[in-house]
Design a protein around this ligand. Structure first.
Ligand SMILES: Nc1ncnc2c1ncn2[C@@H]1O[C@H](COP(=O)(O)OP(=O)(O)OP(=O)(O)O)[C@@H](O)[C@H]1O
Ligand SMILES: [Mg+2]
Length: 623
């Protein structure tokens, strides 16, 4: 499917790809893996043509459609469902043509719409959106009502819905909760075309991928299987390489000693010469062992404070007076606590973290916090809020104003940001490099409590392990929010659950929680499934009725879409005509716009009549 042929790419004083060659089989689900900053996102830019490699170094079959998720998603007035539906370009084009095409073309357009099963599109789009965590009611709300993170999910839904021949996803689970990540895993397994997915999420790599594509030292290597298989294969390869290297080293030593002994002896000089040649020709055995990632340093607090660190009694917290997000909080934390905070997106986990961090006051009840308590709070907004023109060196200058330049630089190196990255703008740092910098900064002052809100997003697998090691050595309290199941299991010794407007201790372990989450997801998806297919438990006569109703319902949805579009078209033309400047500056356009507005009115009338018609039929069938 995707062919990379002898790709060499240099940028920013480094070689990213060094004669890399690989071919992805059609239909494969390939996990693109490698260290933070190694060039995975750069490879996506090369495939998408945002960066340029040499001719023919990257090729795809003719007419293959590539799809990816952009980083920015405008807060448009269009609904989530419309946004996703529009991602299917052909369907969108046909639907738009329906509005203006002359009658003789209608048959052809409808024919093609039926061929591509356009009727089923709204149901398919809804299913994807609901799988990614939206409710049925959300689907009709405009994009503008959702935060950036949620709009990313819509973009992911749109990419999945469009089903491109080559789907590119860059760390898709970063903006999902556990529930969404589990759904995506299942969805990707069934994806009908080829997919290339950058991920540091071991579960996703193991459960959804058929291959691993490993990027290291400028080379791309394809392995069959998931991440665990890859690790085994690579360890085996490294072992073989090491033993080959040991053998070669022994032979080298042997040749060298022969040369040294007999070089001076005339009778043996020829043999010594030929051995010297052999030695010179010997290619060193390459070893694939990567450098160790830099460890995290989480300095422990010097003096313990008197317990409890934090105590909450009947507390409530929220952003607007009278509207508490969390109520009835009765909890305490001590210095040796490792608490894992669970809950779906929107349950109030980050609000809770903000309150514990002291950045949000309680509205009612009591919150006791030791005044001397130092808090280290890491959250994703910090990454988003970084000034794109800042550099690591500038940031550390502000954090260590008294220190010398060389100790600041060595601090950054200790964080894992080598000399060459210290003056790179934040904008150009990779996701993992930014996360690493912030995590280290947050913990620099030896806090009594570390609040980590999704700390592993962006970190590569080895860095996640390094973070885990550091957390195990850290002696303060930890409040952890993560969708990384294995990290949660290994760090938290108590679980709290944010749900139903409060936070309470969760009675169970992570397996219990995963079951709880999947049960809930099943319940949430049910209404759409009932929409699409007859419910199994219905009385014998019911399925027939549902079968008759279902195509009508789809027709109503399709008609509604057309009506909305006509309406938007009309509103836009009316707005243009309402502009007084138009009559002064472009009087020639007035007549044309008026004609188009009148035509749009007629179209809208027709669309409304068509909608009324099917809506009535549906109402009748339903009754
Ligand atoms: N304009 C630039 N100037 C200097 N360095 C740059 C620039 N753009 C990118 N880089 C560097 O190139 C590398 C880009 O890596 P890329 O974003 O492809 O990494 P990645 O493999 O996707 O990493 P991650 O896993 O952290 O997302 C980083 O080390 C980054 O600092
Ligand atoms: Mg990246």
């Amino acid at each position: 499917m995707l062919q990379i042929n002898d790709l060499t790419f240099d940028a920013w004083g480094r070689r990213f790809f060094d004669h890399a060659t690989v071919s992805l089989p059609p239909g494969a689900k390939v996990g693109l893996i490698g260290r933070n900053g190694v060039g995975k996102s750069t490879l996506f830019k090369l495939i998408l043509g945002h960066l340029h490699a040499g001719d023919d170094e990257i090729s795809l079959p003719k007419n293959a459609r590539i799809g990816s998720v952009d980083q920015e998603h405008p807060a448009t007035p269009f609904t989530l469902l419309e946004t996703v539906l529009e991602a299917d370009e052909e369907r969108h084009r046909l639907m738009t043509r329906l509005e203006t095409a002359p009658p003789e073309e209608m048959g052809e357009i409808w024919g093609r719409l039926i061929e591509i099963d356009a009727d089923a599109a709204p149901a398919r789009a809804s299913e994807i959106l609901i799988g990614l965590g939206f409710t049925q009611d959300d689907l009709a709300r405009p994009m503008a009502e959702f935060s950036g993170g949620w709009r990313m999910r819509v973009a992911l839904a749109a990419a999945l819905f469009a089903e491109p021949d080559m789907l590119l996803l860059d760390e898709p689970t970063n903006y999902l909760d556990l529930e969404g990540a589990l759904w995506l895993e299942a969805r990707l397994q069934k994806y009908p075309h080829t997919a290339l997915i950058v991920s540091h999420d071991r579960e996703l790599l193991n459960n959804s991928c058929t291959h691993m594509l490993h990027l290291a030292n400028g080379k791309l290597e394809l392995y069959v299987g998931g991440y665990d298989d890859f690790e085994k294969r690579r360890a085996e390869k490294a072992r073989l390489q090491l033993s080959a290297k040991a053998k070669q080293d022994a032979e080298r030593a042997h040749l060298q000693s022969f040369i040294d002994r007999f070089k001076a002896k005339a009778s043996k000089a020829a043999q010594a010469q030929s051995r010297m040649k052999r030695l010179a020709k010997m290619e060193p055995v390459a070893t694939t062992i990567e450098e160790r990632v830099a460890p995290f340093t989480l300095p422990s607090p010097p003096k313990p404070l008197a317990p409890p660190l934090i105590r909450l009694e009947k507390a409530s917290v929220g952003y607007e007076a009278g509207r508490a997000i969390l109520k009835q909080l009765n909890l305490r934390m001590d210095l040796d606590d490792r608490i894992g905070l669970l809950g779906v997106n929107g349950a109030g986990k980050s609000t809770f973290a903000k309150m514990i961090a002291g950045a949000l006051d309680i509205q009612q009840g009591e919150l006791h916090r030791d005044k001397k308590m130092r808090v280290g709070w890491f959250h994703q907004h910090q990454i988003e809020a970084m000034d794109p023109n800042d550099t690591p060196l500038e940031i550390i200058r502000r954090a260590m104003p008294e220190a010398s330049e060389s100790s600041r630089r060595s601090k950054l190196a200790q964080f894992g940001l080598g000399f060459e990255k210290q003056e790179t703008k934040v904008d150009s740092l990779s996701g993992g490099e930014r996360a690493r910098l912030l995590l280290n900064l947050v913990a620099m002052d030896a806090p009594h409590i570390l609040i980590l809100d999704e700390p592993t997003n962006h970190l590569d697998i080895d860095s996640r392990r390094a973070l885990l090691d550091a957390l195990n050595d850290y002696e303060g309290a930890v409040l952890l929010i993560t969708h990384d199941r294995s990290l949660m299991e290994l760090v938290a010794d108590r679980l709290w659950l944010a749900a139903d407007g409060s936070v309470k201790p969760f009675d169970g372990d992570m397996d219990d929680y995963a079951r709880f989450v999947l049960e809930r997801a099943k319940l949430a998806v049910k209404p759409t499934q009932v929409d699409r297919e007859p419910a199994k438990a219905e009385p014998a006569a019911a399925p027939k009725k549902t079968v008759a109703v279902e195509p009508l319902r789809r027709k109503v949805e399709a008609a509604e879409q057309v009506m909305n579009r006509c309406n938007r078209n009309l509103v836009e033309l009316e707005e243009q005509l309402a502009d007084p400047d138009l009559y002064v500056k472009r009087p020639d356009k007035v007549a044309e716009l008026t004609k188009r507005r009148d035509a749009a009115r007629v179209k809208l009338d027709e669309a409304e009549a068509a909608w009324m018609d099917v809506a009535e039929q549906l109402a009748e069938a339903e009754s």
